[in-house]
Design a binder for this molecule. Structure first.
Ligand code: ATP
Length: 489
């Protein structure tokens, strides 16, 4: 039912010392003013909002990763920082200077791209020296810098090799050497390891972390790979749909996700609808559980997140808070992962011991392993207009509603709000069958149903609860039946 989605850098101490002397500020040497300040930045491409009021500060020497699914705006943010694109609104400061309109070559920044962007007709040395030659740097200085950069990325013996004869990982190292030889204050890295195979990627992750430590310059790294972000970063910025969802250390983000999107995106989670009964008591799955959270009010709808490794599993006994039956048991290398059916719900549980399919088991979770999050919304809410006594316009369509839904006091043309419960929206395989069309953007499994974010072609999200199985990117028809529409002032 559930879908789910080294060779170490060999720079010598001389080079490190040399590069350190040039530029290097270590993570410890953070100054009070952040090196990068992004203030209220938005970016529009026609009607499309790629970035929406982004605020972000990056400390000097930090390894900061921008993490999010495809299309969330990561690359756009990086391009605004590099100066390849200009913000539609807001301001960007680097090193205390406003650079919002400054061209790329005037910014103290270099970028490493996923596709390396090396010059195929130049050898390794000339690729790295390219920018220095443009600056007409004296030959001896240039040679010293190129050699230091080559040693820094562990490519000392490769200076006269054609770049085409290098492996992907070696080419990426040359690209990094070319970027650091300019002694930027900030290095931007746009999915630099995405084109490498898994083993090479893991090796390069270690090398990058080591390079960052030795160089001490600020790294702003873009990836959609959450494991990579957790491994590499001092700080992770999780983005979705052009907005920052959470900023924190890897541990913060993993242990204290602020919403169900972050919880689902970072690692595996059991995410369920729940009700905060009162302070420190939450109800989900038909049972009440002690927790540590306060201040949500009484009988308040919440999202409950429990990591699979925080659920204790044991042969069924009276100690169990929940009793269920194992549906599947998969060995994952270090631990086993079990799907356990508890009434209508399914939990994912990780344990070092295997509990085979068919076994009756008990589950237990400690109060501080239950993470409670405020729900972002309780139903769909749309800006709408009364068309006549039985029709209302929203999402670019005219929808029929029950006559009782529109109070007699409301006139045609009057602006209202319309509410639609998530489980009342109907999705259709055949786009033509829908009143409007859209694309499935995000799927969250909530233990006994899926919660879908569907971006309508009117460019507004429609949220849907369903038991049907859809995939990210599916094109769908969207229908809202008359009885699902509530008109509010
Ligand atoms: P990916 O991981 O797939 O590269 P991303 O998170 O980097 O995705 P962006 O490339 O920043 O996302 O794109 C954000 C949104 O802006 C997307 O919906 C994209 O289609 C849109 N977009 C980006 N560049 C342009 C452009 N030049 N013109 C129109 N739309 C654009």
């Amino acid at each position: 039912m559930r879908r789910k989605k080294s060779s170490v850098c060999n720079a010598g101490t001389e080079d490190i010392h040399y590069l350190c002397a040039l530029k290097i500020k270590t993570v410890m040497q953070t100054s009070s003013r952040p090196i990068i300040e992004i203030k209220n930045v938005s970016k529009y491409f026609g009607e499309k909002t790629a970035l929406d009021q982004v605020n972000l500060y990056v400390r000097k020497g930090e390894f900061l990763t921008i993490l999010g699914p495809s299309g969330c705006g990561k690359t756009t943010l990086l391009r605004l920082l590099a100066g390849f694109q200009t913000a539609s609104e807001g301001e960007i400061y680097i090193g205390g200077n406003e650079v919002t309109q400054t061209p790329p070559y005037r910014r103290p920044i270099n970028t490493v791209f996923q596709k390396y962007a090396l010059f195929p007709h130049l050898n390794v040395y000339d690729n790295i020296a390219f920018g220095l030659k443009l600056k007409k740097m004296p030959r001896a200085d240039m040679e010293r810098k190129v050699k230091a950069a080559l040693r820094m990325v562990g490519m000392t013996d490769y200076e006269y090799r054609d770049v085409d004869s290098l492996s992907g990982g070696q080419q990426q190292r040359v690209a990094i050497a070319r970027a650091i030889v300019n002694e930027p204050e900030v290095l931007l890295l746009d999915e630099p390891l995405a084109a490498l195979d898994l083993k090479m990627r893991k090796d390069m992750q270690m090398e990058l972390k080591e390079m960052h430590r030795r160089l001490g310059i600020t790294f702003v790294y873009v990836t959609h790979d959450q494991e990579e972000a957790l491994t590499l970063s001092d700080t992770i910025v999780v983005m979705s749909e052009g907005r920052i969802q959470q900023i924190g250390t890897p541990t913060d983000i993993y242990n204290e996700p602020v919403n169900s999107f972050v919880a689902d995106f970072i690692g595996e989670s059991n995410i369920l609808n729940g009700t905060m009964v009162c302070d420190r008591l939450v109800r989900f799955c038909g049972h009440e559980f002690e927790c540590v959270d306060e201040g949500f009010g009484e009988e308040a709808p919440v999202d409950v997140v429990i990591r699979p490794e925080d659920l204790y599993i044991f042969p069924v006994s009276d100690k169990a808070q929940l009793k269920g039956v194992v549906q599947s048991c998969i060995f994952k290398g270090v631990h086993y992962e079990m799907a356990v059916a508890v009434d209508d719900y399914e939990f994912i549980v990780q344990d070092y011991h295997a509990f085979e399919a068919g076994m009756e088991v008990g589950l237990l979770v400690k109060p501080d392993d239950i993470h409670i999050m405020k729900k972002e919304r309780l139903c769909n809410t749309f800006e709408a207009k009364i068309a006549d006594e039985t029709h209302v316009e929203f999402l670019g369509c005219t929808f029929e509603c029950l006559p009782s839904a529109i109070p007699a006091s409301l006139q045609s043309g009057q602006e209202v709000k319309v509410e639609v419960d998530f489980d009342k929206v109907v999705l259709q395989d055949n786009e033509e069958d829908g009143m409007l069309t859209g694309e499935v953007k995000f799927i969250l499994y909530k233990g006994n149903h899926y919660h879908l974010t569907v971006l309508s072609d009117w460019d507004e999200n429609v949220y849907v609860d369903t038991n049907d199985v859809w995939d990210d990117g599916d094109r769908v028809g969207i229908t809202i039946p008359p009885e699902a529409i509530r008109v509010c002032m």
